[in-house]
Design a binder for this molecule. Structure first.
Ligand SMILES: Cc1cc2nc3c(=O)[nH]c(=O)nc-3n(C[C@H](O)[C@H](O)[C@H](O)COP(=O)(O)OP(=O)(O)OC[C@H]3O[C@@H](n4cnc5c(N)ncnc54)[C@H](O)[C@@H]3O)c2cc1C
Ligand code: FES
Length: 260
């Protein structure tokens, strides 16, 4: 699959909470070629500091060649990115990696934790082209309600059943998103999950017990995004070598991963 490097104009910047931002950028080639679960590598500042691009999931694509990324400020690169304004250009490389396979039968459970929710909106919208809304359930979790309210409404506006969990109980159920999975029926179904590694390990375990296929998007450290630095290695389940998140993932079948 072809990847493009483009200068993309930021056409909109939204601040969804204290530290979560959503940028809409104009990049037609990447918008046209993207699949849910794929990502872009972004140069987060116009100068050379920070030097390395940062990976971000493709959050949504829209007509007119528009692409969105949703990001949380966690360090130097994302802080620099948050300071960029509409009209400025972002240097982007993508679409990269292997996304979700969503041509599965049965129920579809989209499970997102924290900023791991980012790729799931694109997935839900693509899925709705072939799947009835009643076959999709979205479970979202975060530390507190301000990280979830806008995103929860974005999914609900698609006519999909959405359940929320927050650790402080300020929105939805009090607790972890994985606790919401307990009430779902076992049987034919697929889980599509993205979030912190410990959450994904639990999601993988619950899915195995319920008999669901489970696809996880892993957010490893990534320096190049192009299978050149080998920094994104993930130990295989058989402990016999590594796969690489930027090339073989970031979406993996949960059974491929060692879950250390
Ligand atoms: C395929 C993929 C998709 C991603 N999608 C998104 C997304 O849609 N939205 C979003 O906000 N973030 C996403 N991330 C994580 C994002 O790339 C990092 O948060 C970002 O690179 C941090 O850059 P920084 O310079 O601000 O932080 P740094 O100053 O580099 O680090 C700050 C802290 O964040 C941790 N950190 C840095 N990079 C990562 C990483 N890749 N994974 C986990 N922890 C990290 C560091 O260990 C450190 O504790 C994704 C990561 C991958 C691999
Ligand atoms: S990020 Fe460099 S090999 Fe994957």
């Amino acid at each position: 699959m072809r990847a493009y490097q483009q200068q993309a104009e930021i056409v909109r910047s939204e601040k969804l909470s204290d530290d979560i931002y959503r940028f809409t950028v104009n990049m037609a080639d990447i918008a046209a070629g993207s699949k849910p679960g794929q990502f872009v590598m972004v140069r987060v500042a116009e100068g050379l500091d920070p030097l390395l691009r940062r990976p971000f999931s493709i959050h949504q694509v829209a007509k007119g060649g528009l692409v969105q990324i949703l990001f949380k400020v966690v360090g130097r690169g994302t802080r620099a990115l948050a300071g960029m304004q509409p009209g400025q250009q972002l240097d982007m490389l993508g679409p990269l990696g292997r996304g979700f396979a969503h041509d599965r039968p049965g129920q579809h459970y989209l499970v997102g934790g924290g900023i791991g929710i980012a790729p799931l909106l694109f997935l839900a919208k693509r899925m709705l082209k072939t799947v009835e809304p009643s076959a999709i359930r979205v479970l979202l979790g975060a530390a507190t309600g301000t990280e979830l309210d806008v995103l929860g409404e974005d999914f609900a506006s698609l006519g999909i059943d959405v359940q929320l969990a927050t650790e402080d109980g300020s929105l939805g159920e009090e607790g972890l998103v994985t606790e919401l999975m307990a009430s779902l029926p076992p049987g034919e179904g697929t889980v599509y999950a993205c979030g912190p590694y410990p959450m994904l390990r639990v999601v993988a375990g619950i899915s195995r017990k319920k008999g669901w296929e489970c696809q996880v998007s892993l957010e490893t450290m990534m320096a190049c995004g192009l299978a050149a630095c080998l920094g994104c290695a993930v130990l295989r389940r058989d402990m016999n070598g590594y796969v690489h998140a930027c090339k073989d993932g970031p979406v993996f079948n949960a059974d491929e991963v060692a879950w250390l």
